[in-house]
Write a protein that binds this ligand. Structure first.
Ligand code: AMP
Length: 504
């Protein structure tokens, strides 16, 4: 492991759309935002592999999206650590201009010139850029960091982010959940006694989390999210409208041309952002194509805020549905929440604010910067060497973990919202004569879901089981979701391993 003597540590919010980084120096009172460009405290999480030997990252890469969409990789966070047979992957892969496939090791990635670049490698390119920019800005070699991940990320997704950090030469002290980081930015050192809802709507993912803050204890009570709900879905809704306009006004169907579709998507995002501040916006995309008579045309179309709201209301309602589901699983109501904190760039949209305010019966707090609050919270943890220096962080499991026994019986060992760390015991079925028992461990909403991921298998040797009764497996899940298992009988306790699955 790398050791770092730098007086600076980093909090990194590795977002679907943008990445923010905040540095904290030894003896400094306030953290500083590191990444800047085009008047924003972030860089786009975009990598251009036009020349794979010299990838471009950030704003320059985002510019390449318009001209080279097949080699410009964005939105990768939606896929990192997922399996190729995931229903999400089959449903969404066609919406990206670049091809998505598993590499020979079974890890999903983008295909550029016939070669698969795994998404953890793409993430590493972004993180490497963050490290370089931070080191240049702070004039020292900065490597220690805390990286945030969505609360709904399962083990494989977390592991892929850890791997990416290591590939980028960073020393990842720990991962923390994005909403928890936002709560830390909100409540650290304030000795509050309050219950907050963190509503985190970013570019590609959504998380709703309730935390109870008591003194310096940050207790996650419930969390729920969707890895495929974010700003890009709003952009696509507007893009569809622009496509319709091209068809009806110019008699041209742009859907087959990936470059044109990318230009429309970018214009759609600009319109969406502009309509946060303005009531009307005119989309203008010069020289978009040729009409039926072969004449070049510009796309020009005015869209107002009300229309945007009609086009995207179903997405906003989906976020509220997730909040309500989370409330009901945790037996909470909006009245139990004192403060509503919105983070993620997409939470700036007036409709999102209005509808959440209606649901919660109180206005959201807006004093945290939605773009850097999460990185700020992560930097506070990094400052404590990954410890919370006086803070107690009580987190819960967002995606349940289950077992499958020989014969096919399944059961959950850790349910959603289980407080971590946690210990659970399960009784093993009777062993088959002379055979080791193999118990599968998986994570997902249920065993039949295509989102289920195999965490590994536990092999219980025959001699160990002998005539012991009862035969028990004890599972322990740590704060960082690391899983340990032991065989327990009335006479002995033997640690076993969770053997990782063969990939593919
Ligand atoms: P994040 O992942 O938190 O950086 O959020 C990025 C998303 O927020 C993108 O979809 C942006 O288009 C969106 N976004 C940023 N600023 C605004 C704004 N002022 N109004 C609406 N959406 C915005």
């Amino acid at each position: 492991m790398l050791s770092s003597s730098s007086p600076w540590v980093l909090g990194i919010d590795l977002g679907t759309t943008n990445t923010a980084a905040v540095g904290f120096g030894a003896g400094q009172k306030n953290p500083v935002s590191i990444l800047h460009g085009r008047n924003q405290p972030v860089i786009p999480s975009v990598v251009s592999l036009k020349n794979p030997m010299m990838p471009l990252v950030g704003w320059l890469a985002k510019d390449m999206l318009l001209t080279d969409p097949l080699t410009t990789i964005f939105g990768w966070k939606r896929f990192i650590g997922r399996s190729e047979r995931s229903e999400y992957v089959s449903r969404y892969r066609d919406r990206f201009p670049f091809q998505i496939h598993a590499d020979p090791g079974g890890e999903l990635g983008a295909v550029v010139n016939g070669q698969v670049y795994s998404f953890s490698r793409i993430a590493a390119v972004v993180l490497d850029q963050v490290r370089l920019q931070a080191s240049a800005a702070l004039q020292c070699d900065v490597r220690d960091c805390v990286i945030t991940v969505p609360a709904h990320f399962a083990n494989h997704q977390r592991k892929a982010v850890m791997d990416a950090g290591a590939q980028a030469g960073l020393r990842v002290l720990r991962l923390i959940n994005e909403p928890t980081a936002a709560a830390l930015a909100f409540g650290m050192d304030q000795r509050l006694e309050t219950r907050v809802l963190i509503f985190d709507l970013g570019g590609g993912t959504f998380d709703a989390t309730v935390l109870e803050l008591t003194d310096n204890i940050f207790d996650v009570m419930a969390t729920r999210g969707d890895g495929f709900l974010g700003g890009i879905d709003f952009d696509r809704a507007v893009q569809n409208k622009l496509v319709e306009h091209c068809r009806s006004r110019h008699g041209v169907d742009p859907a087959q041309d990936k470059v044109v579709m990318q230009r429309l998507l970018s214009a759609a995002e600009n319109a969406k952002v502009a309509l946060t501040g303005a009531e009307r916006h005119t989309v203008h995309v010069p020289m978009l194509g040729h009409d039926r008579r072969g004449r070049p045309f510009d796309l020009e179309m005015t869209i107002d805020r009300e229309e945007l709201e009609q086009l995207t209301a179903h997405l906003v309602e989906r976020t509220l549905g997730i909040v309500e589901e989370m409330f009901s699983t945790a037996a909470l109501t909006p009245r139990d929440i004192e403060h509503v904190i919105m983070v993620g760039g997409m939470s700036r949209m007036p409709l999102v604010r209005r509808r959440l305010q209606e649901l919660m019966g109180k206005p959201p707090l807006t004093h945290l910067d939605p773009e850097t609050a999460i990185a700020h919270g992560a930097a506070l943890v990094a400052r404590g060497e990954g410890d919370l220096a006086g803070m107690v962080l009580l987190d819960v499991l967002s995606v349940p973990v289950g077992l499958v026994f020989p014969g096919g019986r399944t059961e959950f060992v850790f349910e959603t919202n289980t407080r971590l760390p946690a210990r659970r015991r399960v009784n093993l079925p009777d062993p088959q004569e002379g055979r080791d028992m193999v118990v599968g461990v998986w994570q997902g909403p249920d065993i039949t879901s295509s989102e289920r991921q195999v965490l590994g298998v536990v092999r219980v040797p025959t001699p160990l089981m002998g005539s012991a009764s009862p035969r028990v497996l004890e599972f322990h899940m740590g704060e960082g979701m690391e899983l340990n298992v032991a065989f327990v009988s009335p006479t002995h306790r033997v640690p076993l391993t969770v053997e990782p699955p063969a990939r593919g």
